[in-house]
Design a protein around this ligand. Structure first.
Ligand code: SAM
Length: 337
């Protein structure tokens, strides 16, 4: 072993030799460097499932989210090799880092600014099986139909008044219409999508109310709902987080909520970190979250991405969020203890 070098640190991390790892770190080797194969010491420890070495490296400042040349992070190595303890350590590190980053960055965000202003002002084009923006980004694609059916089932599982944010190709709204519900409100912000909704008769369905505008701007026109689905385009996690803060006011008692869970759809471990973060943040609002896994590999033929700028989903399993007000929250609302 080349003591005091990065190669030495990677070898000690791979073998789980914690004392050697500590000594090499004390010698001043940069824990965030990549070896000749493009791997960090953290990736070597994750690949071999050495949880306590992972802790030592993280304490020394190893970045949990560094990517190797194939786009995998240390957590991906732990996941692929089913090293449960290592997954836990890295997951906690990722959650902690992202929660801190969000809290630091949030006060600098300009509230009220439309992050997708350009998209909303450009043309949106419907073609065979997809809705595209002018930059060849897929706004919505037909392959998501089975996922939208499950989202609709989740939000309509209690019947009643349903709210959907983002019409897109109308897949989820068509599925919502197949359930026994009282009313169905749809918010859509893009003029071309709105025009198509009207042209295809959505404005004339008796139990449907279409509201044109950004959800941020039309909130005062809304009531309370038994089921809510959220799926916009060109917005960020922080926008959805802002919407989540409105949920305790928008959801009726026993109301259900779901959202398009495309967070970090090109990296399995980052996706896992964000599923846990959203779960924690919803829990702080009194909302419980469970995930329903749906295998999607068979839906994702390489051909479907032809002409699409960014493959926004590359994972084998999609997790449908099933969210509901927790019992504690229900008790608070009804006054029963
Ligand atoms: C991914 S698509 C929704 C797909 C839809 N779930 C379906 O099943 O076809 C996103 C939609 O949200 C709309 N949108 C984007 N930002 C919005 C906002 N702030 N408020 C309301 N709608 C928005 C887009 O114009 C687009 O039609």
């Amino acid at each position: 072993m080349k003591a005091g070098t990065l190669e030495g640190l990677c070898e000690a991390a791979a073998k789980g030799m914690e004392l050697d790892v500590k000594q090499i770190l004390e010698a001043g080797v940069d824990v965030s460097d990549f070896d000749s194969k493009g791997l960090t010491p953290l990736m070597h420890a994750a690949l071999n499932g050495h949880a306590s070495v992972l802790n030592t490296l993280l304490e020394a400042g190893a970045p949990w989210n560094a990517l190797d040349p194939s786009g995998r992070c240390a957590g991906d190595y732990a996941l692929e090799n089913e090293h449960q303890d290592a997954i836990e350590v890295l997951l906690n590190a990722g959650i902690r880092a992202e929660l801190i980053f969000g809290a630091v960055e949030r006060p600098c965000r300009k509230k009220g600014d439309a992050k997708n202003k350009v998209y909303l002002e450009e043309r949106a084009e419907f073609s065979e099986g997809r809705l595209m923006d002018e930059e060849s980004n897929a706004v919505m694609m037909e392959w998501e139909n089975p996922l939208m059916a499950v989202h609709a089932k989740v939000v309509c599982s209690g019947g009643g008044d349903i709210l959907n944010i983002g019409f897109g190709m109308g897949l989820v709204d068509t599925a919502i219409q197949s359930h026994d519900i009282s009313s169905h409100t749809i918010i859509e912000a893009h003029p071309d999508v709105y025009a198509r909704m009207l042209a295809t008769g959505w404005g004339e369905i008796p139990n449907v109310r279409v509201i044109f505008g950004r959800w941020q701007d039309v909130l005062p026109q809304l009531g309370t709902y038994d089921g809510i689905f959220f799926d916009t385009f060109g917005e960020y996690y922080e926008d959805m987080r802002e919407f989540h803060e409105c949920l305790p006011r928008l959801l009726k008692k026993d109301g259900r909520y779901s959202f398009f869970n495309g967070m970090c759809g090109d990296n399995a471990f980052f996706h896992l970190v964000y599923c846990e973060i959203v779960k924690l943040e919803l829990a702080a609002l009194g909302i419980e979250t469970e995930f329903i896994p749906i295998p999607v590999r068979h839906c994702l033929d390489e051909k479907i991405w032809k002409g699409v700028q960014h493959k926004y989903w590359q994972l084998d399993t999609y997790s449908v969020p099933f969210c509901y007000l927790s019992d504690e929250q229900n008790k608070d609302q009804t006054g029963n203890q």
